[in-house]
Design a protein around this ligand. Structure first.
Ligand SMILES: O=C(O)[C@@H](CO)OP(=O)(O)O
Length: 259
């Protein structure tokens, strides 16, 4: 019998998902479709009779906005929302802002797949000359993190994401779940993948085959030690979910024009 239910959610579509650019730590808002996806997710969870006691988000607007939409549709606006940079999307370093399909044309689809989905390949780091460097590192939101700004990452592999996420999971989120709270984690494709890898014990090579669609809630049923008692469930219309996963995978295919 599961003792706890944990819901993971990759935020709804952001403007740069449409443009097929690596978004990462650039603070894009949800697109109109992204807002609808988040509302749809809220409706589904409400219909299923789900309840939350606490929500955790990153400090990027698209994950916060997604949580707000879900809570509003569910009539759960009062539920506490706690934010941390440790749930942020993976830092894509120098790749931030670049178009995935154009990168695949220039560097090959295999290289782009390695950058996007492998466990321990780190993209080249961002430096001061990068067009989004100042926007990211001068943003006030990074002044009050639990580490000094100069120690924040300049590029991350999925392993690096797990390394910075795990202390937050172990010390802040997991104790709440063990206290009996039902938690929604509204985060990002790669921060959710990193946590799934940890909770489900996915191997370094198999994690490359895990792609998460936007706006689809993932239910994990956990035992008292927070180990999954059955496979993760992606909630909603399964044909639509498979199509949404394929859409994310295809973003890394070589296409002239980049879309
Ligand atoms: O742009 C990003 O930061 C992520 C998804 O949000 O991209 P990818 O799917 O390529 O990991």
């Amino acid at each position: 019998m599961p003792e706890h239910r944990l819901f993971l959610l990759r935020h709804g579509e952001g403007a740069w998902n449409k443009e097929n650019r690596f978004c990462s730590w650039v603070d894009q808002k949800l697109s109109e479709d992204g807002v609808k996806e988040a509302q749809e997710c809220g409706r589904l969870l409400k219909e299923m009779g789900c309840q939350f006691d606490m929500v955790f988000t990153s400090i990027l607007s698209r994950s916060v906005q997604t949580a707000w939409q879900v809570l509003e549709v569910m009539g759960l606006e009062w539920v506490p929302v706690v934010k941390s940079w440790r749930l942020n999307e993976r830092h894509y370093g120098a790749l931030i802002g670049l178009n995935r399909a154009e990168m695949a044309l220039n560097h090959g689809e295999e290289r782009v797949k390695l950058w996007r989905r492998s466990y321990d390949v780190t993209p080249p780091p961002i430096d001061e000359s990068h067009p989004f460097f100042t926007e990211i590192y001068n943003d006030r939101r990074y002044n009050s993190c639990d580490i000094p700004k100069e120690n924040l990452p300049r590029a991350e592999s999925l392993k690096d994401v797990l390394d910075r996420l795990l202390p937050y999971w172990d010390n802040i989120i997991a104790p709440e779940i063990k206290r009996g709270k039902t938690v929604l984690l509204s985060a990002h494709g790669n921060s959710c993948r990193a946590l799934l890898k940890h909770l489900e014990g996915i191997s370094d090579s198999d994690i490359a085959g895990v792609t998460l669609p936007t706006g689809v809630p993932i239910l994990l049923e956990l035992d008292g030690d927070l180990r999954p008692v059955k496979p993760r469930q992606l909630l909603g219309d399964q044909a639509k979910i498979q199509a949404a996963i394929k859409k994310v995978e295809d973003q890394g295919k070589a296409k002239p024009g980049g879309k």
